[in-house]
Design a protein around this ligand. Sequence first.
Ligand code: ZN
Length: 448
Amino acid sequence: MGINSNAFQKCINPDCGAEFDYVRAFFKCPECGELLDAQYNWDKIEIPHRLSEFAKRWANRTNPLDFSGVWRFRELLNFCDDKYKVTIGEGQTILQQNDAVAEYAGVKPGCLYLQYEGLNPSGSFKDNGMAAAFSHAKMVGATSSACASTGNTSASVALYAHHCGLKCTVFIGSGRIAFGKLSQGIEYGAQTIQILGDFDDCMRQVQDVCTKLGLYLLNSLNPFRLEGQKTIMYRIIEGLGWEVPDWIVVPGGNLGNSSAFGKAFYELKQLGLIERIPRMAIINATGADTLTELVNNKKLIWNDGRVNQKIIDDYYTALTARNFSPHTCASAIEISRPVNLKKCLRAIDICSGVVRAVTDEEILDAKAIIGKFGLGCEPASAATIAGLKNLITEGIIGSNQRIACVLTGHPLKDPNVTVDYHKEKQGKFSNPPIEAPNDIDEIIKLIK
Ligand SMILES: [Zn+2]
């Protein structure tokens, strides 16, 4: 084993269960091709007796690891020594209670909380994962990194890669990336390769390129990235005074977040740090609703790790047969072959999860409400409020339950969608600019 035997990697397939040293970089099980987990020898790790003990790290914020919203919970993702840990101040996020957005969604005052992951350094939740994954990359001595991206990953990878001196190449689908995100990747110096295809095509290419050239892969196939994303849940619990909410609502794209959140709660329960696990709602866009179809219509379940692969294969074969390419205004979740599907099924099992899909119209209206009454978000994030509204109407989520919605990205990630919605009067809450002649009297008449 390596220099620190607190952690190891383990295949999620129970019929394989192969274990590997944590100082190796894989993005799938070398034995069977399934996803890998980071796992811990918890008995060797000194864990606080109560989650609230993490609060004392705030008094020591001049230490960058105590300032980081990821590494201040480092005992819960204890796979690398401090000397390898990378941080650029990620995870300084806000959990905002918001009654106006609650009213829109049909939730009682005081019950809805918005977790603003757009406040991270690159403007999305990805920075949580990259802090952890780049620490692993440094530990294994990687010099070059790569990712496929709908946009947020490329921005975050580019930022972290250059911070820790790694080369970085990002693969994006042609014409399928929001402008704010593209601008970040190229500004941060990533070599950006635009493939004629969609995200799923990029994802396939990047895996082969990484294998052939020995690049370190930063997509959420990387088990250490998901370890960083667990901390979003720790911060929600922290924001609630170290209490667990009743529901977590999260957008569903490549399903890394939902997978990480399920693992986070499972571990906290196992460690006796929480008494109950919240439920989770995962929200797809209707134009990219693989998870909704597979779970709700094809009845795909985790089944203790023995997932019915034929259901998945048949579904993907049918997508290919009709040349299906996902389409939604929420580009961050415009994914039809989510790589973390099986881990997400496990999270649904752990959290008694539900899955729903919402239309682009519902997403855009919810986004306008979050913008008007909150701090704003990118379209995919607004799927949470749109989905919540429907789940309240259905009676699945109670209007007086305590709900935390994860807003994954900053509103400036995708300015075109915002401007089109308002300027072109596309929705119920459009707020178009008013044209005025260059005349004071005429201008005054227009001001309400
Ligand atoms: Zn395996």
